[in-house]
Each structure stands twice: as structure tokens, then as C-alpha cells.
Design a protein around this ligand. Structure first.
Ligand SMILES: Cc1cc2nc3c(=O)[nH]c(=O)nc-3n(C[C@H](O)[C@H](O)[C@H](O)COP(=O)(O)O)c2cc1C
Ligand SMILES: Nc1ncnc2c1ncn2[C@@H]1O[C@H](COP(=O)(O)OP(=O)(O)O)[C@@H](O)[C@H]1O
Length: 353
């Protein structure tokens, strides 16, 4: 996937999905899918513009079959997002992301997106009128052949432009705009009644903060993951029989509720750049009050495994919140509890063991 923050370096012409896409959740995927090479032919004819025929002639039918046959008529499936996050730009406060940049790139790449353009969200961009945004950025610079957006997408200065405006302005340039309705998820409430909730980044953040991983992962469409390098800790873990790999994650990663989780761990093969080894584990996200820990730490113990993990990159998928972190009277009590955590994780993963 080609990643750039300069529209001048972008590969053109493009087929665009516009949005912030933090989390790359199920709703985001519905916006992105129509621009993917595999969807192009199916989507033709379903989009809303009556000028679809002309557009398909321009973008070149059949040019998406494989990357090796890319030609000058190839239309690059492109996600356009903003950096920094507009909210971060306006408030000046750093924001924690469900998918910090590296993770977002990885998720989009795995969906089959060919290009990510991160528009610098600055004074110039945020004062563009909706008309100028479409004309200068989408038409002149990115040479958009078609556009896909979620129905709540807003653009242009003061978020003035709605998706209907986008459709109307883009039509002047014969660009069809696909408006995707917001994805919902059925949710059973405490009183057993059902309610539909709209899948959104802010809902997922709220749910992660409660530790309800089943619901968060359902909304996301995959398990919430922490990705980072293993660094050295205080080396107490091995003395109690539970060595724990300490993860260093991006500073701007959103963390779920503190406490102990049943997790799935994958280890990155640095040569193939693929996650290859998979096993189960228990993770603690907390400040380790029993050993008077000062900082927040993220530690994972791999079940029934031994080896050296220092400097390796791990992806830890959080599947189930087991309990809050506690201050124990000493290392022996902590050790007994971690032993019980391992049993509880094994019970949770049950059939896989
Ligand atoms: C599954 C699990 C549960 C843990 N629960 C607690 C806890 O409730 N309270 C606590 O103070 N530390 C807890 N810890 C953190 C331990 O204190 C920590 O792993 C130990 O001090 C070793 O740290 P080290 O990596 O510096 O060697 C837990 C660790 C794991 C892996
Ligand atoms: N089952 C395991 N789970 C996690 N780490 C393990 C395991 N077996 C061995 N290790 C190794 O032990 C290290 C953690 O040992 P620990 O005594 O807790 O030291 P540290 O405080 O540096 O994390 C890990 O980084 C890894 O290299």
C-alpha cells in the first residue's frame, strides 16, 4: 500500500473513501469495500449517478484484475483521511487512537486498499469551502473517479458540507458518490430487551473503557489488539514462575479498562513481516501496586510457553476481561492469583485447549 501525506505524490486517478476511520471498524469497512479493486465491477451500476456509464469508460474496465497489470488507466483504491485528527487540531489536546497510524496502515492494507492519503489537517485545509475541497483536492489533485462516504461525513470549513452537498458538487465533475448508511448492531440490555446501536468509534471507546471485550470486539469486527515491542522490566516475573513480556506500545494508543485479560498472542516474524506464532495468554494492564510499580505497564504471560521475547514484536488480542488489578499482601498471594487467572483463561478458551 502506498502511503503519503502529499497529494502531489499520490497515485492517480483514484477511487476514494473519505473519513477518519479510527478503529477501521465494521461501519468503516462498509464505506471502504465499494472502492476496493475486487468490488469495482460489482459496484458498477449500483452507484447512484446516472452518468455511471461515462465514468466506467474513463476509469478503464478490467484494469483491477491484478497489481501486475496496473496501467495508466488503473484507478487506485484510496483511503483519504486527516492528520492530525480534526478534534486534536482544534482542541490542541493529543488524542488516543483505537488504531494509531501503524495499525491503521496494517488494517487498511489487509483490506486490500492500495493507497492511503493522509491530508495534513491545517489552517489551509480547514478553511476550504466544500466547493474548493472537492475541486482542488478531490478533483484536481486526486483525480477522483468515484467516492464513497458514510452518511454522517462532513467536510469543508466548519464541517459545513454534508454528503448531499458532496454528491451535488461532485456531480458537476461527473463523479458518482456512494453514500453508505450507518452500520448498526443489535445489543441486549441489562433487562434483556434488545436495542440497535450505531457502530461508531466513540461507542467502541466507551465500551472498551468498561472492559466489555465481547461487545467491543463485535462492534469492531475483530478483537481489539495491542501491538508493541517487548522491553525489559524489573525481572520479578521469572522469580514467581510467571515471566511476563512487557509491551511498549505507541503513546497515542487508546487503552481499555485496567485489569487482567484472557488474550491471544501472535509474534511477528521480522523477516517475513507476518504474525506467525500464535498462542494463548494472560495480560495485565495496570500499575502493579503489589510491587509498588509507578508507571502503567502492559504485561503478558504466554500460557505453557517458554523462550526469549525481548525485542520481538507482539500482537496481543484482548478477548475477555477477567478481573480488576489488585494490591496483594505479597508476591506469594500475587503468584496464586496469577495461577488462577491462567486457569480462568483456559476455561474461557476451553474448546481450543
Ligand atoms: C495475569 C497477570 C495478572 C497480574 N495481576 C496483578 C495484580 O492484580 N496486582 C499487581 O500488583 N500486579 C499484577 N500483575 C503484575 C505483576 O506484579 C508483574 O507481572 C510482576 O511484578 C512481574 O513484573 P516484571 O515484568 O517487572 O518482572 C499481574 C501480571 C499478570 C501477568
Ligand atoms: N511464557 C512466557 N511468557 C512471557 N514471557 C516469557 C515466557 N517465557 C519466557 N519469557 C521471557 O521472559 C521475559 C520476562 O521475564 P520477567 O522476569 O518478567 O522479566 P521482565 O521484567 O524483563 O519482563 C520475557 O520478556 C520473555 O523474554
Amino acid at each position: 500500500m502506498w502511503v503519503t501525506s502529499s497529494t502531489e505524490l499520490a497515485l492517480t486517478p483514484t477511487c476514494l473513501a473519505l473519513g477518519k476511520f479510527d478503529g477501521v471498524h465494521r461501519g468503516h469497512k462498509r464505506v471502504i469495500e465499494p472502492i476496493l479493486p475486487t468490488s469495482q465491477n460489482k459496484i458498477r451500476g449500483e452507484w447512484q449517478s446516472g452518468r455511471e456509464k461515462e465514468i466506467s469508460d474513463i476509469s478503464g474496465e478490467g484494469s483491477f484484475t491484478s497489481n501486475s497489470s496496473l496501467s495508466s488507466s488503473h484507478t487506485y483504491s484510496t483511503v483519504v483521511t486527516f492528520n492530525p485528527h480534526p478534534q486534536e487540531y482544534f482542541t490542541g489536546k493529543p488524542r488516543a487512537w483505537l488504531t494509531p497510524m501503524e495499525e491503521k496502515i496494517e488494517e487498511l492494507r489487509s483490506l486490500g486498499v492500495e493507497q492511503l492519503v493522509m491530508l495534513p489537517f491545517d489552517k489551509i485545509l480547514c478553511t476550504l469551502s466544500p466547493e474548493d475541497f472537492v475541486q482542488r483536492i478531490l478533483v484536481e489533485q486526486l483525480q477522483a473517479a468515484r467516492i464513497s462516504v458514510g452518511e454522517d461525513f462532513r467536510f469543508g470549513s466548519q464541517r459545513r458540507g454534508t454528503v448531499q452537498d458532496l454528491q451535488r458538487i461532485a456531480a458537476r465533475y461527473n463523479i458518482p458518490v456512494n453514500i453508505v448508511s450507518l452500520e448498526t448492531q443489535e445489543y441486549t440490555q441489562m433487562d434483556d430487551s434488545n436495542r440497535k446501536e450505531r457502530i461508531s468509534t466513540s461507542l467502541i471507546r466507551e465500551v472498551l473503557a468498561t472492559g466489555d471485550m465481547e461487545r467491543a470486539n463485535e462492534l469492531l469486527g475483530r478483537p481489539y489488539a495491542l501491538v508493541g515491542k517487548v522491553v525489559t522490566g524489573e525481572q520479578i516475573g521469572r522469580t514467581i514462575g510467571f515471566p511476563t513480556a512487557n509491551l511498549q506500545i505507541p503513546k497515542d494508543k487508546f487503552l481499555p479498562r485496567k485489569g487482567v485479560y484472557a488474550v491471544r498472542v501472535s509474534i511477528l516474524n521480522d523477516i517475513s513481516n507476518k504474525y506467525e506464532f500464535h498462542c494463548l495468554g494472560v495480560m495485565n494492564i495496570g500499575s502493579r501496586p503489589t510491587v509498588n510499580g509507578a508507571n502503567l505497564s502492559l504485561e503478558v504471560h504466554l500460557l505453557d510457553w517458554a523462550g526469549d521475547l525481548y525485542e520481538r514484536t507482539l500482537r496481543v488480542r484482548l478477548e475477555k476481561f477477567l478481573r480488576p488489578e489488585q494490591k496483594f499482601s505479597g508476591l506469594e498471594a500475587l503468584k496464586n492469583q496469577i495461577q488462577q487467572d491462567c486457569v480462568n483463561a483456559k476455561i474461557f478458551f476451553g474448546s481450543e485447549l
